[in-house]
Design a protein around this ligand. Sequence first.
Ligand SMILES: NC(=O)c1ccc[n+]([C@@H]2O[C@H](COP(=O)([O-])OP(=O)(O)OC[C@H]3O[C@@H](n4cnc5c(N)ncnc54)[C@H](OP(=O)(O)O)[C@@H]3O)[C@@H](O)[C@H]2O)c1
Length: 249
Amino acid sequence: MEEGKGRVCVTGGTGFIASWLIMRLLDHGYSVTTTVRSELDPEHRNSKDLSFLKNLPGASERLRIFHADLSHPDGFDAAIAGCTGVLHVATPVDFEDKEPEEVITQRAINGTLGILKSCLKSGTVKRVVYTSSNAAVFYNDKDVDMMDETFWSDVDYIRKLDSWGKSYAISKTLTERAALEFAEEHGLDLVTLIPSMVVGPFICPKFAGSVRSSLALILGNVKLKICCVMNRSHTLFVYAIAFAFAFNV
Ligand SMILES: NC(=O)c1ccc[n+]([C@@H]2O[C@H](COP(=O)([O-])OP(=O)(O)OC[C@H]3O[C@@H](n4cnc5c(N)ncnc54)[C@H](OP(=O)(O)O)[C@@H]3O)[C@@H](O)[C@H]2O)c1
């Protein structure tokens, strides 16, 4: 058993949100395991620079980095073993619909279910926080001013839209549903979070997709439209609440 506050796994450590979570968890005294895609992945030929994670305060003592890919759903056991909590953040983000929607969706669902199975196998995980999206909520024909988490995006409705990022919205909708069903069936304590667009400074080397979209008017990319904006601290505040609730901190 890990000493101190225990160990938490954050999937997708190279990402915008996940890297902030890792930094904050380390700040608060947690030990952290994160998963990143291997630089040997055929889709990712460039070697990844993970120094921004390795150099975080506390990282040399308390951060472990594992390779795991959602395309290999049974590859998360080692990263999750011994963790008390899992923040599942990694997702295929393909706003330009480069891959067929079915491929993206299957990868997201299978990878997520693989992670949830690893949580059950571990015998140590008390709570899983799955990062969903407002894209799983607002794409439907409901004519209302406000929507909350009781609303779901309608996959058939999304397919008919002439809009970018359809595969992302469909995959987020179907993955959250699959995760909730799995958790219900297996008695796993799962919280899903529904951030809207997250913007703000980023500590990862990659130009975060949502920050790029939010700057679309300035950068001149008219294809990327802004649906809504919630600032980073708000979203991280939501995470903090879920996290505190999960671990009684
Ligand atoms: N940012 C927002 O405005 C926003 C809003 C609502 C919800 N969300 C959700 O928040 C989460 C994080 O978003 P983000 O903005 O931080 O995105 P991001 O910076 O693009 O991070 C996505 C992460 O997922 C990883 N990933 C992608 N495909 C993978 C695969 N096949 N196997 C393993 N890892 C994979 C990426 O790894 P690589 O670095 O190797 O590509 C990256 O670490 C996502 O679940 C997203 O849906 C974000």
